[in-house]
Write a protein that binds this ligand. Sequence first.
Ligand code: UD1
Ligand code: CA
Length: 453
Amino acid sequence: MISAIVLGAGIGKRMHSQLPKVLHKICGREMIFYAIDSVKDVADNGVVVVINEAIPKEIFEGYEIKVQKKPLGTGDAVKVAIDGLDTDLVLITTGDNPLFEREDILGFYNFFKETNSDVAFISAESDDPTNLGRVVRIGNEFLKIVEETDATNEEKVIKEINTGVYLFKFEQLKKLLEKISNDNAQGEYYLTDALKIAKEEGLKVSVYKLPKKLPIYGINNRYELSIAEKIIQEKILKKHMLNGVTIHNPETQKIDYFVEIENDTEILPGCLLEGKTKIESNCVIGPFAQIVDSHISKGSTVKQSVVLSSYVGENCSIGPFAYVRPENLLVKNVKIGTFVEVKKSKFDEGAKVPHLSYIGDATIGKNVNIGAGTITCNFSGLEGNKKNPTYIEDDVFIGSHSTLVAPLVIRRGAYTAAGSVITQEVPEDSLAIARAQQVNKIGWVKRRKGQNG
Ligand code: UD1
Ligand code: CA
């Protein structure tokens, strides 16, 4: 039986952040979950995640959570984790280590079994070992891991580093943890000291040198965060491409971890696809589209636009330059065109808002055409903060520059004349003309030279 422990209780000072380090997101997902993913399949006895009090437990559904009250070091964090644990082997990784994959951990586990080790860890060659624990050997024999702050100048030039992934026989781990002290430059209980002690006590300590080289081993600052994000972004893009999505200029795309895209969709340059967005097949997205937590159905296009928390049905067209704010439903064949803002509205099949409009809190029927410059005045200014609804039934034609003062109903097949201010229900198949100049005569005075208003 193998239990995995993922350490995430450190504060991460070098991030200079209010947010605990392991909650910083990589491609829309907290970094610690990538580390959990790398070990969870090997850990047939479950995963224990060690967090601090500032991290909400609820986000770790399905994992055992242990809280380390004070960040006394990685050794102390493991002590907290094993309290009450019953297992044979313990696999440990750090929550700031998102670039390891399941295959790397499997390779390490097989090595551990083959070498019949009591203790083992993964080392790697690093071009820039600064701030990482160095692997000190005598000849080829492992001696100890020394942290940057405790290293001598000779030790600092060592390029073989500790990646922070370990396997221990559980019985040995328990005894070793009792023996580590905090007598070092940082005054912390180092997990790495357990390896040195194991070696001194004659246990079998093995070093698994990672067969590949990664640009970083652990994220300690925002620069390293960006390096990790670049690599994970490439993996996500590759997965979509291999599934049949065409992605142009991949270096310009931000496509988050949870985004789903079906085949034969094309992503043009400069898109941000975020949150739990799903894009069905045969869509054209971009250039420059931001889509967050939304569903885009087959055959739709979204160009140079923002779409937030909305459902877009089949064959809809959005943009260029549309702002689809949360809670819209576009049923099918709907057009939301240039410089149009929509919010909390339903657009039934074939409805069109081609240009320069604001439609909010509205229910728009089938084949309705809304002329340029139409505004639903959901907020009249006369009733506090109340937002009023607008209902426009099927086959209505709203003339350009109509002002629709809600609450309002426009019945099936009605027309409103261009430039109208509509304040009352418009009956079926009627033409409503309510232009300002028909209500109030326009007055004027002679303009003095240089007078603007
Ligand atoms: C650690 C290793 C170092 C290794 C490096 C790899 C130690 C002493 N050093 O250094 O040899 O090269 O990782 O990335 O282990 N954490 C806790 N509680 C604590 C302290 C840390 O849970 O009290 C967690 C952190 O949240 C983090 C992980 O342990 O996810 C590693 O801690 P960090 O402070 O980043 O260790 P490093 O100095 O990077
Ligand atoms: Ca680290």
